[in-house]
Design a protein around this ligand. Structure first.
Ligand code: CIR
Length: 256
């Protein structure tokens, strides 16, 4: 069960955030704020305490707070984001993490290693780590060594197409995994009960499990139905403005 969630309010500069889909247009900041409010409300309904960090105009993508840190049940890991414009976000998340973890439980990914939290998927005490354009071999090596030091384990999953691992695959507990695109047939995930996401709803592979409820992005009926059919309570949150920046539900919070 999760007790805490950390989020960061989107900043006005989000309209200049990194995107692979400029054809979707720039985010509408006011609408993004409303969607963020709804996201926080949905999280609260799942019984977690939400820490809301202030917007940081220096970093357009800083609302995607999942990337500069990974929080496990035994330690917190400050990452080293591979995107140059995002790298400084790691220094801004430390303060929030220190409120929950003592110094000896906070670890750091160091140069030349890079890693972003969007590439990390927790399944119990095991962590799958995507090797992506943002997360390199050295970052993964350091990350797995840190996990092992704290009684956890990790393994690498090479990515071919998507930005982050969790862009295309998400674990929703009870052995259930939402899989899309390149992850449908990955041998690493063969042992899970795979819920296959249709190509036209691939964005909605990025759902989050929070204490028995699954938060699903609004507007993806096949995914909503599949998650309900798997026996979960579902909450819908519209993330249209974050999608324009390749961001989704998991990217917007640290849950622990
Ligand atoms: C980026 O490209 O870094 C942001 N525009 C989106 C980050 C999404 N984060 C995530 O998947 N964890």
């Amino acid at each position: 069960m999760f007790k805490n969630v950390i989020v960061r309010r989107p900043c006005k500069a989000m309209v200049e955030g990194i995107t692979s889909a400029p054809e979707l247009g720039k985010p509408d900041y006011e609408l993004a704020l409303k969607q963020h409010d709804n996201y926080i409300e949905a999280l609260k309904k799942c019984g977690v305490e939400v820490t809301v960090l202030e917007a940081d105009e220096r970093y357009p993508d800083s609302c995607f707070v999942e990337d500069p840190a990974v929080i496990t049940r035994n330690c917190a890991i400050i990452t080293n984001p591979g995107a140059a414009s995002r790298n400084g976000e790691k220094n801004e998340i430390i303060g929030a993490v220190k409120k929950f973890f003592p110094e000896d439980k906070i670890e750091y990914i160091k140069d030349p290693g890079t890693l972003e939290g969007g590439d990390v998927m927790m399944v119990g005490d095991h962590f799958y780590v995507g090797r992506s354009a943002r997360t390199n071999e050295e970052g993964i090596k350091q990350f797995i060594a840190i996990l092992e030091k704290h009684g956890l384990s990790g393994s690498e999953v090479p990515l071919e197409k998507v930005l982050h691992l969790k862009t295309g695959v998400n674990y929703i507990e009870n052995n259930n995994m939402l899989v899309s695109g390149e992850f449908i047939d990955k041998p690493e995930f063969a042992k899970y009960n795979k819920i296959v996401i249709p190509e036209e709803e691939a964005y909605a592979a990025n759902c989050i499990w929070v204490n028995g409820t699954v938060i699903v992005p609004e507007g993806y009926p096949a995914v909503e139905k599949a998650v309900k059919d798997a026996g979960y309570d579902v909450l819908l949150v519209d993330t249209s403005e974050y999608r324009k920046l390749d961001g989704g539900l998991s990217c917007l919070s640290l849950r622990f």
